[in-house]
Structures are given as C-alpha cells and as structure tokens.
Design a protein around this ligand. Structure first.
Ligand code: 4UV
Length: 535
C-alpha cells in the first residue's frame, strides 16, 4: 500500500477500472470497428462535415475514400513504412489522407502549413518523406524538395473539383488518388509496433524530433478516452464535434479526429479559428462538443457577440495544450449554459495523459483549474526533480506516465529517447505538478525548455541556433515570458558582436525568413562568468 511502504513508488491511477483494449488491431481497423462485420455503427451517418463548404461525408464515404487514396498512393510507389508528409490546413482531405496512409501501413509526418520553406524542408528531409500531400497555395514552398525527387500531391485551393489533371507544375492531382481503384490494393499486413504517425516535437529539450507513434500507441490512447462501459470522454454517435484546433497536432489528431470516428460522432472540420464563424457553425450544426486551447477560451470570454448566438447545444467544452487559469475557466462557463467544462492534458510523445472525469458517461465532480485525472490503463507518478524519488499526493514534482499509449521513441535519436523514457518505461513529461486527494492533477510549472505560444510548441534551442548563425550575433538565449493572450511568448536576449550596428528589426527579419516564430527582443551582453545579461 502506498502509505505503508514509502520505499515503493506512489503510483496514481484512474478512478475508472482498466478495460480491454484491442491494441493488436491496425489503427484504421480499430477506428472503424463499429462499421465493419457485425458492428453496431450505421455507415450512412455523418462522419465529416466540411465547415468551409458544407459538404458531408458519411462513414461509408470516408472508408471508401480512405481505401481509394491508399490504392492511389500505393500506385505512386508508397509502401509499408514509407513516410508521407501532410502539409494541409484542417480539411476533410487531411483526415482522408491520414487514414489512407495509416491503412497502407505507411507513416504520416504532420506539419504546420504555416511553416516557412526552410522549416518544411528540414522536417521533410529529417523524416525522409517520399511524398507530400498539400494544397496549391503551398506548392511554392516545395520547389526544392520536388527537384530532389519528393512526389508532390496537390489539392486545388477550392477543394476537390473532380477534374483529374496531372497539372503541368509536376504535381499529381489529389483527385487522381480519390479516383483510384481500391480493388487494386490487397489489404496490407500491419504490426501493432509499426509507426503510423510522426509529428515533430522538441520534447523536453533541444530541437524538434520525429515522434514515432505506433498503431498500438494510438489505439491505446483513443481507447483510454472513449472506450469502455463508462468512457472517460463520453463521445457518442449523436455528437457533433467541432475541430478548429490544428489537426497536425496530437491533441486534435488523437483526442478529436480519431476519437470522434471511433465513436461514430460527426466531426465538423474548420480550417482556422475565427470567433464569429465558429459561433455561427455551433448554432447552425447544433454542435455538442467544443474543444479549445486557452487563447480561444479568452476570445470567448472577451467577446460581447456570444450573446447573439445560440450556444445552448454545447454539452462539453474541453481545453488543453497549455495552462488554463482557474479564473478563465470560471468565466467561460457562464457563456455556455449547458456545457460541462474541463481540461485534458497531453503531450505529443504520450498522447493524452489526463482527462477531466467530468466528461465521463457517469461523471465525477471535478475542480476548476485541474487538468484532469490520469487516463485508465496507465500509471502516473510524481518524482522529486533532484532525487528522482516518487512523491505522495499534494507534493509537486515532475509528472511521469507509463502505459502502451507512449511513443516508440524519437526517430534516429536513441539518446533523446532514453532521456525521455527511462529503463522502467516511465515517460518524463518535463511538467511540474501534483495529484490531489481526489486524484486530480494540477500543473504548476514546467521543468523543460519548451515554450508554449498559444498552445503551439516553440523550441528555444531552435531559435537560439538560428540567432547565433547570424554573423553579427555573438550569443543568444531564448526563454518564455508570461503573456495574457498567448500564455507564453518567446523572448530572445541577443549579444551583438563588437562594433555591430545590428538593430532589432534586422534580427527579426533575419529570423522570420527562416521560422514562423514571432518573439520579443532584448539586447544583452556577456558577463564575466560567460552568462548573458541585459545591457
Ligand atoms: O507536445 P505538445 O504540443 O502536446 C500537447 C497535447 C495536448 C493534448 C493532447 C491530448 C489531449 O487529449 C489533450 O487534451 C491535450 O499540447 O505539448 C505538451 C506540453 O504542453 C503542456 C505541457 O507542458 C505538456 O508537456 N500542456 C498540455 N496540456 C496542458 C499543458 C494543460 N492542460 N495544462 C498545462 N499544460
């Protein structure tokens, strides 16, 4: 017992019992399990609503498209284990491409469509992507990669216009994929340990790395939320789940898109967050689930326009990806009279770590400011950051998590993998927090370098490396500064080389050619002990 044997780890678990998780299945078999054989799903129900056009895809449409696109990319030479980059804004095509690549046993590396040309090239090369699925308006950023032999598949900017044309810019039209003959492709053999998704994350330190998420890992993560008699996150076939959070990021991919499909819910896909458009869509489609990140919560709170829309259909609002202040949580509740509000806590490397039990089918009472309770079929401990010894309830330390949902490791980086997942299988999150008497988790600080700008990752090491590469910069240090809107913003301390007249604007324009990161700037100088201080 944890109280009597302090020499043993204090291990925290969900209040929900463990369940059977069919994580031997390939991801797409698992996700559409209810729609196959004697499953109880009705394939004629809505799976995807395209918020941009109103187009609807049923569960039957999505599975047919998935198999056709899989056959199409197979015909273009993509095989089991090959990497395909998805460089797409939120769209039905993002979902279909991801599913098709998974169905084929290949790997999707997802990238932010706002990335600059060098950022895309870096990820495409590091992941050895053989194909990039993207939109016409982004193709210009891919010229060099195309010249290096990467296949570019391109969606028309207005979506799929049904015209097959291998356009003269050397890109394959996406329509060619959706019109492929699915019977050409034999169902590929997939092992649960095969990588299916490879988003990039800097983790606890250093530069962004490919996070190898397996079929088994994703199936486990989805099941931990939405499976069982009393699911932790009770999505049902009657739900309309709004998705403006970026689908290239683990939060939307795992906890929204795939979890929605597993339960037979409808996913309303929106390309980007625009407050009034989002409220209009909530009203029009009677949206029941609104997943957000803290800056969106703030936008709702500050807007007087919320009064103009009928938001009464919303029964769940969940926030994640960054710290949400208790006051914001309390304030946003008032805007959604019928919604249960709660948080989720996760990480690219581990999928969902915690979810509020207020979202369970048979819900529990929860507290404002908590980021959930550890998901079922998993273990959590909190360790002293100096000694590594595990701590009891109400004591803050580094949060560690263990279970089949964790990543397999970082691509080509066994050292970084070993630093993150220890020999006993514990993933060290780099987050500081505690578990209270009711099993609720509170995050109070961050041990790792990572900066979270509006919930997006900014790796200080990346920005520092770039700054130092400037001939007139001697040294640079990047840290996080608290910000009301963005949660955190990166701040760079820059030491100019002697005699340099370099201005703040020079530095910003140099950086912005390379990365999309916006940051604040301070002049700095070296102190005698070799550290940087403000000048
Ligand atoms: O790697 P990443 O960018 O990943 C995320 C994932 C968020 C998810 C995932 C699945 C869910 O079901 C869900 O609800 C949310 O953000 O960044 C990971 C780091 O972001 C911080 C924390 O420092 C993580 O290590 N973070 C994520 N969620 C929270 C958070 C939160 N609720 N409160 C405070 N910090």
């Amino acid at each position: 017992d944890e109280e009597e044997e302090p020499s043993h780890d204090f291990i925290f678990r969900s209040k929900l019992p463990d369940i059977f998780i069919p994580n031997h299945l390939p991801l797409t078999d698992y996700v559409f399990q209810r729609f196959s054989g004697d499953g109880d799903g009705d394939s004629s129900t809505t799976c995807i609503i395209d918020g941009a056009t109103g187009r609807i895809l049923t569960y039957a449409d999505v599975q047919t498209n998935m198999r056709r696109i899989a056959a199409g990319i197979h015909r273009l030479g993509i095989r089991h284990g090959d990497v395909v980059m998805l460089l797409l804004p939120n769209s039905p095509e993002f979902a279909l491409s991801f599913l098709a690549v998974a169905y084929l046993g290949a790997v999707s590396t997802t990238a932010n469509p706002f990335y600059t040309q060098p950022e895309i090239a870096k990820q495409a090369k590091a992941s050895a992507a053989k194909m990039i699925i993207t939109k016409k308006c982004l193709v210009d950023k891919l010229t060099n990669l195309k010249n290096d032999g990467v296949l570019i598949v391109c969606l028309d900017d207005d979506g799929d216009n049904g015209v097959v044309s291998s356009s003269d810019d050397g890109c394959v039209s996406f329509t060619e994929l959706t019109q492929a003959d699915e019977t050409e492709l034999l169902k590929p053999k997939i092992s649960p340990e095969d990588t299916v998704a490879m988003p990039y994350s800097s983790g606890t330190t250093g530069l962004p790395k490919g996070v190898m998420i397996t079929h088994k890992g994703l199936v486990t993560s989805i099941a931990q939320k939405v499976d069982g008699e009393n699911p932790n996150l009770n999505f049902t076939a009657n739900d309309v789940i709004l998705c403006f959070l970026p689908m290239f990021h683990i939060y939307a991919l795992d906890a929204l898109m795939l979890s929605a499909m597993r339960t037979g819910a409808a996913l309303l896909i929106v390309p980007r967050f625009e407050l009034n458009l989002v409220m209009e869509l909530i009203q029009r489609y009677k949206v029941t689930v609104v997943p957000v990140a803290p800056p969106v919560v703030l936008a709702f709170i500050k807007s007087p326009e919320t009064e103009r829309y009928d938001l009464s259909s919303v029964r769940i609002m969940l926030s994640g990806a960054a710290t949400l202040k208790k006051e914001l949580e309390d304030a946003v509740r008032l805007k959604f009279p019928n919604a249960i509000f709660g948080q989720g806590y996760g990480m690219t490397e581990s999928g969902t770590v915690a979810k509020s039990l207020a979202f369970a089918k048979n819900p529990f009472k929860t507290k404002s400011g908590a980021c959930g309770t550890v998901i079922r079929n998993a273990e959590m401990k909190v360790v002293d950051t100096e000694t590594g010894i595990s701590l009891p309830r109400n004591k803050s330390g580094e949060i560690c998590v263990r279970g089949h949902q964790l990543m397999k490791g970082y691509l080509n980086d066994p050292e970084a993998t070993a630093r993150t997942i220890d020999k006993d299988g514990w993933l060290h999150t780099g987050d500081i927090g505690f578990v209270d008497d009711d099993d609720e988790i509170f995050i109070v600080d961050r041990l790792k370098e990572l900066i979270k700008f509006k919930g997006y990752q900014v790796a200080p090491a990346e920005l520092e490396a770039l700054l130092i590469s400037h001939p007139s910069i001697d040294d640079a240090a990047v840290v996080a500064m608290k910000d009301e809107v963005a949660d955190e913003v990166p701040v760079a301390f820059v030491a100019r080389s002697q005699g340099s007249q370099l201005t703040e604007d020079d530095v910003k324009s140099y950086v912005n050619k390379q990365v999309r990161i916006r940051f604040r700037f301070f002049n700095a100088k070296h102190t005698q002990d070799g550290k940087l201080s403000m000048s």
